[in-house]
Design a protein around this ligand. Structure first.
Ligand SMILES: NC(=O)c1ccc[n+]([C@@H]2O[C@H](COP(=O)([O-])OP(=O)(O)OC[C@H]3O[C@@H](n4cnc5c(N)ncnc54)[C@H](O)[C@@H]3O)[C@@H](O)[C@H]2O)c1
Ligand SMILES: [Zn+2]
Ligand SMILES: [Zn+2]
Length: 386
């Protein structure tokens, strides 16, 4: 089959003869991919920032597909179902899955105790091949995959596997109260979705911060928010204080993670010398820009090693820090409702529709923020689902 193949940092190619995955466990299903996407989290892998990213891996944790085969233990899915597959691989029965912490499943990732398994990620998250391919093996097939309801557009369905729940959970973890001022760092797909969802929780003012002008323009229209370029500020923290009567924002959301720009010190120690797990610049700014007693919600991804963050400010300002991988399955019923009712328009984020064969260009464009790219969608050659 055709599949994305990781060759090392900034090197991606398409394999034309990767073996089609097989059922390995009675709870597995094999899914023929109909749509997949590239995520900002894939860029951390692409940039070589995630430990134990192995050459030969197929990335991709956002995909829809048709069930081609099911293991003998699968009872809910049947061959021919068209499903959207959450990026978390979750067993559904461990103590964490039972609390609906599907991103923290204790069974699906043998390598770590923090995060559960993901499709198409490094071996620190289980080392499962992902959906930037024609076929995927889906473990615990009765737990994550969700039949795409009638009337739900396939592109919306694909975005419900990650970006929509992640943006929504960012706003949810931020504990937004009516009238709150919300600052979102990062105008990528996740930050833009978080800004849009902040309104659903009653925000009174939503501000997004980035340094890429086309993304700020896009965010303003898509998420009805104010948008500012941190490159034009002497100090983003002082800028935000000035914007918020000097108290600071009620809540700040970090939708950037370890690939942040904006601080030479963070970039050198985190992205060049790898003394810390990437650059924690946005998290730094979030902690320093939120008001005393405020909440900082982190969905931007950081790796397991430590990061240089202003712990003293966090402690002395009485800030609540909330963070996690999104728990996709927990949020799906509510989010499908929002999409079907027209309150959220996920596919509006897609700017590029690319044949799977051209995936290496898609990575380059998305990573380099070229060609006004917000979110690239991949279409495999056998994607026909009619
Ligand atoms: N928690 C989860 O479940 C989950 C799920 C999906 C993605 N993520 C993470 O969310 C983050 C965003 O994902 P994305 O797909 O939107 O990525 P993206 O790379 O498209 O967007 C990140 C944006 O942050 C901007 N940025 C860089 N430094 C900044 C700074 N200091 N302040 C403000 N903005 C800055 C970049 O210019 C870019 O526009 C990534 O870290 C990704 O790994 C987490
Ligand atoms: Zn993702
Ligand atoms: Zn579990």
């Amino acid at each position: 089959m055709l599949a994305m193949n990781y060759r090392g940092p900034f090197r991606i190619r398409v394999d034309r003869d990767k073996p089609v995955p097989k059922i390995e466990h009675p709870f597995d299903a094999i899914v023929r991919v109909t749509r997949s996407l590239i995520c900002g989290s894939d860029l951390h892998l692409y940039h070589g920032l995630v430990p134990d990213t192995r050459v030969g891996m197929t990335f991709g944790h956002e995909f829809t597909g048709i069930v081609e085969e099911v293991g003998s233990g699968v009872t809910k899915l049947k061959v021919g179902d068209h499903v959207l597959v959450p990026f978390n691989i979750a067993c559904g029965s461990c103590p964490f899955c039972k609390q609906e912490l599907y991103g923290n499943c204790h069974e699906s990732n043998p390598e770590a105790t923090a995060v559960g398994g993901f499709f198409g990620y490094a071996h620190i998250s289980g080392g499962y091949d992902g959906g930037q391919a024609e076929y995927v093996r889906v473990p615990y097939a009765d737990v994550g995959p969700t039949v795409i309801p009638e009337g739900l557009d396939i592109e919306d369905a694909a975005l419900l596997t990650d970006v929509v729940p992640t943006g929504y959970q960012a706003a949810e973890m931020a504990g937004i109260r009516k009238g709150d001022t919300v600052v979102v760092f990062g105008a990528g797909p996740v930050g833009i979705m978080a800004a849009r969802c902040a309104w659903l929780f009653g925000a009174g003012r939503v501000i997004i911060i980035d340094h890429i002008e086309y993304r700020l323009e896009f965010a303003k229209k898509y998420a009805y928010c104010e948008a500012y370029n941190f490159k034009e500020m002497d100090d983003p923290v002082m800028f935000l204080k000035r914007q918020t009567d000097w108290f600071g924002a009620d809540v700040c959301i970090d939708a950037v993670g370890c690939d942040a720009a904006g601080s030479a010190m963070q970039t050198i120690t985190g992205k060049k010398l790898l003394f810390q797990a990437g650059a924690a610049t946005a998290l730094h700014w979030a902690i320093n820009s939120v008001k005393k007693g405020g909440i900082v919600s982190v969905v931007g991804v950081y790796g397991p090693p430590f990061n240089l963050i202003p712990l003293g400010s966090l402690m002395n300002k009485g800030i609540t820090l909330r963070a996690n991988q999104a728990s996709v399955k927990r949020l799906l019923p509510k989010l499908i409702d929002h999409v079907l009712a027209g309150r959220l328009n996920p596919k509006g984020l897609i700017t590029h529709r690319v044949p799977l064969e051209e995936i290496s260009d898609a990575y380059h464009i998305f990573s380099a923020k070229r060609d006004n790219c917000i979110k690239p969608l991949l279409i495999p050659p056998r994607a026909n689902f009619a």
